[in-house]
Design a protein around this ligand. Sequence first.
Ligand code: PBG
Length: 342
Amino acid sequence: MDLLAPPTLGSDRPQRLRQSPAVRRLVRETRLDPAAFVLPLFVRGGEGVRDEIASMPGVFQLSVDEAVREATEAARFGVGGVLLFGIPARKDAEGSTASDDAEAVQRAVRAIKEEVPGIAVITDVCLCEYTDHGHCGFIDSHGGLDLEGSLPQHVAAAVSHARAGADLVAPSSMIDGVVGAIREGLDAAGFGHVGIFSYAVKYASAFYGPFRDAAESAPVFGDRRTHQMDPANAREALREAALDVEQGADLLMVKPAVAYLDVVRQVKDAFPDRPLGAYHVSGEYAMLKAAAGRGWIDERRAVLETLTSLRRAGADILITYYALEAARWLAEGGERGPSRPS
Ligand code: PBG
């Protein structure tokens, strides 16, 4: 054998399909469509309020009028939905304002449904933004969490969101039985047509840090490890998803996203008939923003690559603070924009 002879290339050469932008585009397996994006919004009282969150540049606490404006812009670029979080005027131990029809979230739902009918309105159902101790449920007499005890207040919040006109409610507190309780409560209140987008697989993650600034929902003591999942567990994710499907979840979610792509794939394969969302969370957003702000990464490419990865892993719906920006970039022609050669 002549070791110096040039090697013969096999006839199967994948590079052929990478030779031009046109062919690369043609054979692309995974495409991003803003219709599958959901933009989270933080709403509060007042008017004309647009307070930027320090750890999430480009994300704001918005008064209802500003939230409508943001939703209008999102709809203009084809974004499929908004996910609303509320910062209430008043907090107490039971999170009673979570079910107040006059609170910011309920008012924002009504206003967006009326003024931006083309966008799906989803509400986060949890008590942590509404309790003065920052936990997702009640505290019992021993100072422990009485999560189940707070189920009726979760149901009341979900029903109040439905009454305001929410298309979907998204229970995020990871309390056993919350999906079934909300399904029953919605049906009993005449909202059988309102769907449940369950945060079925939600990990106790360090990546929620910036969100807790945004939603003013950091627990004043303790943490959420007794109800949110251990990051080490994937088999348990399938059990969580199965329980929520049994209880009536119409859509499932895995959260966070990037560090859990294996879980996204496994949940999609196990429940192919349920639309699956991946929540690209606050810390994941903050990391990209921080690196991009220092010029260490190309933000547009890094973000579109990240979102593409979530779709490739099996997510149907992408919940991301980049939803509007990414939709704008896609409208401009994707990664490189219209005018630059790729
Ligand atoms: C709970 C909730 C949280 C997030 C969404 N819903 C915070 C938590 O569980 O502590 C986090 C979202 C993010 O980090 O972007 N209401």
